[in-house]
Design a protein around this ligand. Sequence first.
Ligand code: MF3
Ligand code: CO
Length: 249
Amino acid sequence: MIILKTPDEIEVMAQASRVVAETLQVLQKAVRPGITTDELDCLAEQEIRSRGARPAFKGYRNYPKTLCASVNEQVVHGIPSKRVLKDGDIIGLDLGAIVGGFYGDSAITVAVGPMTGRNARLIQVTEEAMYLGIKQAVVGHRLSDISYAIQQHVESLGYSVVTEFVGHGIGRQLHEEPQVPNYGKPGQGPRLQAGMVLAIEPMVNMGGSAVKVLEDRWTAVTVDGSLSAHFEHTIAIKPSGPPNILSQL
Ligand code: MF3
Ligand code: CO
């Protein structure tokens, strides 16, 4: 069942999403060669708590940290560690926060040090795909119009979308119905309605789309070792016009 949110509930979700967005901005500035992903995790938890919110991922299905930090061929759910970032790496930073019982969820991918054109293009195409998906999140469209827009953009530029992980409804739970795949035919699935709140989150690989999960049971990596990027926004569908992007500052 898809749970529609009231305007008051969406306001609370906007607060949770704002905490996530502000924290991501702090993390983005902190990313540099020499910093460890554990240090980024620690900073993330401080920033979330100092804003009166709670980390959403810590303890979720026994996930041990506040942040998901996915480096290079890691697609999503990289666990912060003593790993030291170096020039030329790219890193996906995925965060959730809880305010007043409601979740916000957002992710960005950034470069460590100066970026090659090749990496910049992967990151740009992934972010563009997310925004093209978001643009489809209007009353009257169907859910898979979002999916289709994402897949089209990514594949037309020679990259591949990950199919094992999907976006999701979000509210009093981190993951609610519906699932929001990053692939599919247009015009399918539920009709989009005002009050639906969705986390739209394409994961894009430079090589093939296949992914596998490492021994730690969390870290997803590309099977071919190619680089992967991830962007995510929490958005609320409005009675008319484009959606409210809750996790955008
Ligand atoms: N943004 C991811 C998601 O929506 C993060 C979940 S990580 C977990 O699924 F640790 F909380 F599982
Ligand atoms: Co999510």
